[in-house]
Each structure stands twice: as structure tokens, then as C-alpha cells.
Design a protein around this ligand. Sequence first.
Ligand code: COI
Length: 356
Amino acid sequence: MQTMGDIKITKATTSKMSSVDFKNLGFGKHFTDHMLVAEYRNGIWGLPEILPYGPICFDPSLATIHYGQSIFEGIKAYRLKSGTEAVFRPYDNFKRFNRSASRMEMPEVPEEIFIGGMKRLLQVDAAWIPEEYDHSLYIRPFMFATDEIIGVNPSASYKFMIILSPVGPYYAAPMRIYVEEQFVRAVPGGVGYAKTAGNYAASLHPAAVAKQRGYDQILWTDAHAHKYVQECGTMNVFFVIGDVIVTPGLDSGTILEGVTRDSVIAVARDLGKTVEEREISIDELVDAYKAGTLTEAFGAGTAATIAKIAELRYKDFVMNFDPSSMHLADQLKSILTSIRDGNAPDPRGWMLSIQG
Ligand code: COI
């Protein structure tokens, strides 16, 4: 297998960086000067290459466009207070990427390409890592089928790429969420746990309907009874009921195994909190709300970090939360932010330096 030294680098002749307003980044609108590309053919991965960021050309019969063999990840790089740069838990995303690959009958990507290629690309575009609070360089590794054929088969060739985008927070304000009872995100045995493009495509119409009703996102429920909550838009979801933090468990295979979800659970347990990963029915949430014990509701994801829920609507019942009194959400976000910015110890070695 190739090593990082084997990565061929072609530098962009000019940088776009000065044309980007780092004070108004939004999410996913700007891309750095370079991208990484590796091709899989005849059962082997070729050497990755770093090229100037730009369009890619493909045949209209490209398998991905027709049958959706496409997976991706979302990871973030931060500038630490020491001035060095590091990535948050990339090995967890690497492992999840290959679990998604396996479910979609795609080849696994070797560590040397995924992690080694990512580090090399970050070294080339390190100047793009923002410094502002709640800002980061979003890393988007993705892989898609590149066979040019319209038969329904797993593709024999694939492209793996990484692009980078300097970003601010995904949800700028606390969210209004609608509990979805008609449309379904995932079923047991399906692809809910995989980070595959189709899961996001299928969410767009239900999310658009929720938006027409004045909501920012959907809280998905289970496919059979529409009774148990699953995940929320582009995030995992957490509730604080009494002294306990609850989040849907992963057993059904219908929920994305979020890296931020796992980090929130770990940090909350470090704080001595009880965290339960289990089935949560919407009736339980409504009852707890009526009893005054449901005090916090928030989403957790790489893009979203920790995003508070200000309103949760189930049928005609509206649950309102006061974002300013969500002390646990604030505390968890502050601890995770401090680890990512290098202002707090990192006992689990979550931050991977982009150097070396
Ligand atoms: C992430 O949190 O990284 C995601 O993948 C969500 C994304 C679809 C914006």
C-alpha cells in the first residue's frame, strides 16, 4: 500500500482565499484550493492525488447518478490555541465510512488513503482553517460509483474524494421541530445506519413539507408505529428528563451512529450524568413535558455540533423549551468546544494533529 509520500500534489496557481469573507461563511458554500482524488479499478486502489479544486467530468451513464451508490462523511478540523491544527475523531468517521461502504456493496477505503490523504490535503490547505469560535474546516470525504453502464449491478470502479469547506454553525438559531408521522427515514434491515446519499435525498421532501408548516426540521419516528423517536434532520437527538439524559439506542440499525452523539454521551458520563440509550416514545416525551420534567431537547451532529430545540410539535401538541435555560446542552457544548480548540485536556486522544 502506498504511503503518504506517494501522494502526487499539483498546486493551484492562485488561491481563492482572499475572496472569501471568513466573517460570513455560512455552511458548505466555499471550498478550499485543493481536493484529493483516488480511483478504484480492477479490485485495487490507485495512488491518491491532490489537485486544484475544480469540476469533475463524467459520462451520462455514470452508475452513481442512476442507482445512487454514493456515501460520504462529515469531519471537522480546528485551529488549536497552540496555533497547531487538528481533526476531531477522524478514525471514528473512517470506520463508519467503511461500514457504509460495506452496506452499499462498495470497496473499503484503506486508512492510508482516507486518513493519510486527509492529513496531507489539510497540510496543503491548512491556512483555510478558521479561527473564530464555532467555526472550523469541514472535511467531506465521499465515494461514488464510476462504472459507465445502466445495468443494475455494483459498480466495478469508484472514485474517492475529499473536499474541504470553511464553515460556521449549521443552525444559527434554536430550532423548531415537527414530529414526523407520515414519511419514514429508515426501516430495520434498511440503510438507516449508513451515510449514503439516498437517505438525504429521501429526507428532502418531508423536510420541505415541515418548512412549509413553519418548522426547521423533522424529528423522525419509527417506520411501523410512528411511536418511537429516531433522529432529527441531520443530527442525532437528546432529551433531558429529570436528571437523566436519554437518546435513541442504535439497536434497530435505523439510526446513524453519530460521532458527536458518542462524544456527547462520553462527556456527559464524565460529568457523572446518567445517559440512557434506549427506545423513547413520543408519549413519554409528552408526559414528561406535561409533568415539567422534560427540560432540554437538542440535536448533535458534526455539522450542527449541539443545536438546541426551541419547539417540538407532535400533532397539535406544542412543546416549548427555553434555550437560555438548557444548562446541560451549554455545558456539553462548551466542553466539546474546549477540547476541539485545545483549551481543555483531551484524555481520549480525540484530536489528531494534521502534522506527521
Ligand atoms: C454532518 O453532520 O457532517 C452531516 O453529514 C450532516 C450534513 C448532511 C450537513
